[in-house]
Design a protein around this ligand. Structure first.
Ligand code: FES
Length: 73
């Protein structure tokens, strides 16, 4: 749900020790503003830095034993 009470157009799930799962309507862009191609409505973005297909997660977080720590309060 949006802060204004309306339905959210997208959502981000912070996976413990894993990627960010993003669902809905959104665009991924490079620092220079170029669109990053995607063919799915739901994607997993790497936050461990070990993926070979950045910005997407390839499961390498398990191999490097990425630990995200406790969630922020
Ligand atoms: S979070 Fe999965 S490979 Fe980095």
């Amino acid at each position: 749900m949006n802060p204004d009470g309306g339905p959210a157009e997208s959502s981000i799930v912070v996976c413990p020790d894993g990627p960010l799962i993003i669902r809905g309507s959104f665009e991924i862009v490079t620092p220079s503003g170029d669109a990053v191609p995607r063919d799915r409505q739901t994607v997993a973005l790497c936050r461990c830095g070990a993926s070979a297909i950045k910005p997407y997660c390839d499961g390498s977080h398990k191999m490097v034993r990425f630990r995200s720590g406790p969630p922020a309060a």
